[in-house]
Design a protein around this ligand. Structure first.
Ligand SMILES: CC(C)(COP(=O)(O)OP(=O)(O)OC[C@H]1O[C@@H](n2cnc3c(N)ncnc32)[C@H](O)[C@@H]1OP(=O)(O)O)[C@@H](O)C(=O)NCCC(=O)NCCS
Length: 154
């Protein structure tokens, strides 16, 4: 055993593009993503390559936004929201085989409660997702959705 790993990578901001008036609270791990005007990104957030986030969207602390996710404008992503692109469709992780990954599209004016998990789906404009929800299917009608699996409650 040794007291340093053989490979030590630093989190930070790399190859990300920002619009005007964006606030980011360090530490974050943002790389290869595009963050629109006036967005807020809280601490301990990871946003991966190719993610696009529209203007005025707020991403609260501890959320994870993976590759193949697109989020519209005026959205609120609560604390600890987890997006998923690898559904383990072959009985386990894709282990880097991106052909097995699936995408997620979030519309405009979508609010996602803390600790929700969003599997690869599309969510239309003007939707609220409750805290702790697990969204397993696409949502095509505005409304309030909660629970696991998420169902329309209002
Ligand atoms: C989903 C949510 C928007 C619904 O709020 P609401 O419209 O005021 O709904 P109510 O409190 O009247 O609850 C309606 C029903 O849904 C249930 N419910 C509410 N939120 C729920 C949730 N997150 N998961 C599962 N069920 C939920 C309630 O228990 C209630 O059930 P009942 O009719 O059997 O009693 C809200 O509860 C929520 O989860 N907000 C997320 C807030 C958040 O995470 N903010 C982040 C920043 S701090």
């Amino acid at each position: 055993m040794k007291n340093t790993p053989d490979r030590l990578l630093a989190s930070g901001i790399k190859d990300a593009l920002f619009g005007e008036g964006v606030t980011v609270v360090q530490p974050v791990n943002l790389y290869g993503c595009e963050i629109g005007d006036q967005c807020f990104i809280g601490p301990f957030v990871e946003i991966q390559r190719s993610v696009k986030i529209g203007a005025r969207t707020k991403v609260q602390s501890h959320s994870f936004i993976c590759e193949l996710v697109t989020i519209g404008s005026d959205c609120f992503i609560g604390h600890g929201v987890m997006f998923v692109n690898d559904t383990f469709q072959k009985g386990g992780p894709a282990r880097g085989d991106k052909s097995l990954w699936k995408s997620t599209q979030i519309g405009n004016h979508v609010s996602i409660g803390s600790n929700a998990t969003i599997l690869p789906v599309s969510i239309c404009d003007h939707v609220v997702i409750g805290a702790g929800a697990v969204v397993t299917k696409s949502i095509h009608e505005p409304g309030v959705y909660a629970g696991s699996p998420a169902r329309k409650i209002k």
